[in-house]
Design a protein around this ligand. Structure first.
Ligand code: PMP
Length: 457
């Protein structure tokens, strides 16, 4: 039973003493005051239980307070909490050896950080040092961080301040097969396809050619002939689970490499088995990046991030000392190591594939029933449901309507997320331990929320 601070006092403190803007983006008109978690469940201070289908933006990977991770954390906490550097400690070495085994050659050199922004910041620096070039390409709608450097990579305006961020970042057209002008729906890697057809000719995605044409045009018009790199999420997260045509990333990587650039996969949301079919999102695109950045799910809620790269790139980074007091501390490594073990022992990735596919197929049935459900997409447990005014226009469902449905879903006991550059996409990225029973519960709730909104209009 919760006996702590009152809700009213927490709101006051949040507004006065704690990053007040986050109250505005803390999602709900009536905030949720969470107090405790276990696996896919959260409890609020009044003891009300919620099914958590957002996991703090895919942050909790194997389950809230997973017993195995909690035990490993406690064990290390009692033994040693210290800095990463200066001395040699076993948890770091055990962890990096383990994490490296999840990557194909030559991705074997690991730098540990405390967050995704820090990891991307580091990857930017490495790409520029290694190539001797400056310009970086990302896609519109992407989110790669909120520090002053990584804000330049991010292309999602609510998160961008009007200050000088790093220069040399160009945002190319997002090859979004639903909202983009050419479709490409049949060619994305998802168990469900859009209702919007593309102009594919016998196994060849012509929409892909057009999106790639836009990338070529970006190179021709906006960046010097030599570039430092491309940052891309395998499936956009904050952008609203945006997926690209199947061959897009492969062709884009080739164009970037022809211009001397490195290819960086931002796996902050898609890594650690979330996409179900593969451990890393990039593997679903049949590419091998030069760098992979990760955070969030790596520590199941504990702060941790990483850049994984090649020995050649690491060698270019040897001109000065890269020091990070807590990145890869004994505690962070012990926690993250037990997360990797748990993913194996619990069959987390397999569950992601099974339950995620089941959920997406049921959601696609709802999409066919409702005029305002425009698109259902994703892979594994990285899922987006894009809401529209109507299927013909595909205009985004306005924010007030989104928040009405969103609030209703929460009031019925389920937490999901929102994203997309117009805030038009519901996001489902739960702890990967959810079951088909949970999915059935959510579907009933979602159906009811959409139905009652539709009835009122
Ligand atoms: N990359 C992606 C894809 C993200 O979603 C985020 C966070 N939303 C980041 C990077 C930044 O991570 P952090 O908040 O840990 O700095």
């Amino acid at each position: 039973e919760y006996k702590g601070m009152s809700k009213e006092r927490m709101v006051e403190i949040r507004q006065q003493n704690c990053n007040p803007m986050t109250m505005k983006v803390t999602y709900y008109k009536k905030p949720v005051f969470i107090h405790q978690g276990h696996m896919q469940w959260l409890w609020d201070v009044d003891g009300r239980r919620y099914l958590d289908l957002f996991a703090g933006v895919a942050t909790v990977s194997v389950g809230h307070c997973h017993p195995k991770v909690t035990e490993a954390t406690q064990r290390q906490l009692k033994r040693l909490c210290h800095t990463t550097n200066i001395y040699v400690h076993p948890p770091l070495h055990e962890y990096v050896e383990k994490l490296a085994s999840y990557f194909p050659d030559p991705l074997k050199v690991i730098y540990l950080t405390n967050s995704g922004s820090e990891a991307n910041d580091l990857a930017m620096l490495m790409a520029r040092l290694h190539t001797g070039n400056f310009d970086i390409i990302t896609f519109r709608g992407s989110y790669h961080g909120g520090t002053q450097q990584t804000m330049g990579l991010t292309s999602n305006s609510p998160y961008k301040y009007p200050v000088a961020t790093t220069s040399g970042c160009t945002h190319a057209m997002s090859p979004d097969v639903f909202r983009g002008p050419w479709g490409g729906s049949h060619c994305r890697d998802s168990p469900v396809q859009t209702i919007r057809e593309c102009s594919c000719a016998q196994g060849h995605c012509t929409a892909n050619d057009l999106y790639i044409g836009q990338l070529r045009e970006t190179f021709a018009t906006s960046v010097p002939s030599r570039i430092a790199g491309l940052f891309a999420e395998p499936i956009q997260g904050m952008g609203g689970a945006v997926q690209y045509p199947r061959d897009y990333l492969k062709e884009a990587y080739q164009l970037v490499r022809e211009r001397g650039g490195l290819c960086i996969a931002d796996e902050v949301q898609t890594g650690f088995g979330r996409t179900g079919s593969h451990f890393w999102g990039f593997q679903g695109h049949d590419v091998i990046p030069d760098m992979v950045t990760m955070a969030k799910g790596i520590g199941n809620g504990f702060p941790m991030g990483a850049v994984v790269t090649t020995p050649a790139i690491a060698a270019s980074f040897g001109k000065a000392v890269h020091f990070n007091t807590f990145g890869g501390s004994p505690l962070a490594c012990a926690v993250s190591s037990s997360v990797l073990d748990t993913i194996q022992e619990d069959g987390t990735q397999q569950n992601s594939l099974k339950v995620g596919t089941y959920l997406m197929k049921q959601l696609a049935d709802l999409r066919d029933q409702y005029e305002i459900i425009g698109d259902v997409r994703g892979k594994g447990l990285q899922i987006g449901v894009e809401m529209v005014k109507d299927k013909a226009s595909r205009d985004p469902l306005p924010p007030e309507a989104m928040s009405e449905i969103f609030e209703h879903i929460k009031d019925m006991g389920v937490l999901i997320g929102k994203g997309g550059v117009y805030g038009q996409t519901f996001r489902i990225q739960p702890p990967m331990c959810i079951t088909e029973e949970d999915v059935d519960f959510f579907l009933a709730v979602f159906n009811k929320a959409v139905q009652s909104y539709t009835d009122r209009k």
